[in-house]
Design a protein around this ligand. Sequence first.
Ligand SMILES: Cc1cc2nc3c(=O)[nH]c(=O)nc-3n(C[C@H](O)[C@H](O)[C@H](O)COP(=O)(O)OP(=O)(O)OC[C@H]3O[C@@H](n4cnc5c(N)ncnc54)[C@H](O)[C@@H]3O)c2cc1C
Length: 380
Amino acid sequence: MRVVVLGAGFGGLELASTLARRLGDRVQTVLVDRAEGFVFGFSKLDVMFGRTDVARVTHRYADLAHPGVRFLRTEVRAIDPVRRRVSTDAGDLEADLLVVALGADLDPAATPGLVEGGQEFYTMEGALAARDRLAAFRGGRVLVGVCGTPFKCPPAPSETALLTHQYLEAHGLLEHSTVTLVSPLPTPVPPAPDASAAILLAFEKRGIGWLPGRVITRLDPGRGVAVTVAGEEIGYDLFLGVPKHRVPVVVATSGLAVDGWVPVDPATLATAYPGVYAVGDVTSVGTPKAGMFAEGQGAVVAAHVAATVLGADPPPPYDGRATCFVEMGEEGVAKVDVRFVPGSAPAGVLTGPDPALAEDKTAFAAERVRRWFGHAWTDR
Ligand SMILES: Cc1cc2nc3c(=O)[nH]c(=O)nc-3n(C[C@H](O)[C@H](O)[C@H](O)COP(=O)(O)OP(=O)(O)OC[C@H]3O[C@@H](n4cnc5c(N)ncnc54)[C@H](O)[C@@H]3O)c2cc1C
């Protein structure tokens, strides 16, 4: 069986490595990505706040060595879901089973003023530029703002507000600075009230401003204000922004997306096209856009492939479970176990925050590096 996996992020890596582990070279998997290596989302925050550098957090795809898996570094240009054919800069690929795991793209230009007058931090380039802006910052009003929904990792803007506060304190800038978070969400982590309460308490202790239920629609850099949908103006000296998200252009032009994202069967991750699946941020499956959900979905598709190849019963449906780690500055790290099941309210359980949970987060990441790349994350 020829399996083509587009995108080597959380979803694609989990899928390809699980297929290799379970089926060896009984399937030929081609894993396609344009990037040199994989970077955990949270590593961008580590880079932004000067805790590490890009080389230490980039896991090179050249190191992938799974039986039956070929990594192809190239740009995906077109997807034909009917024929299961993909055009890339390295030629065409044909698949018996095609999996779209291309994630969500960012669109900073869709928010007027953001590129000229603010700084996104959701890409590695943006995180590096934010690091430089923080280094040059002499104090003032820092506004962390979200420019659209859905957005990746709902707790990340809260983490950014807390880590910015910690950074300003460490650099002696706190006395003449403020930090405010503007979020479209009603609480920092809506499915987990305990986690939201812990984050809001941490904001309160530090005097971090919290403006929920608001989306930033434009910046007016000349006047130093960010403007919300309702027309409210919020002043800033440094704007750290989460840009609008959109489906990658190649997915939009493939016909796979409906109302912006790729609809899938929430139990199997199958699209409307026979033999075509989609996992992770590119979908509208109903889970938040976060790595652990993409990973769980990749595992379900791998289980379907294994069942087909081995002639076994279909696997159980996708369970919507994930664990998220939330950086909370001095309080340490919080862990939120959350479950999204279609038709019922999502439920999250909080552990911590506790400085000791930083080790759990490190172990979580190291385990994935070992599983996906076959070696230890020695630089961590
Ligand atoms: C600052 C930040 C912090 C985060 N923290 C967390 C966290 O703590 N926990 C958590 O679970 N999630 C976190 N996330 C979210 C997480 O990174 C994403 O939700 C996750 O990576 C989605 O996985 P995916 O497999 O769907 O897509 P991705 O991991 O985004 O992978 C998609 C891949 O497709 C490739 N690609 C896209 N288009 C093309 C093309 N045309 N041709 C070739 N290749 C292409 C990309 O290079 C990419 O490697 C964070 C995100 C950010 C930005």
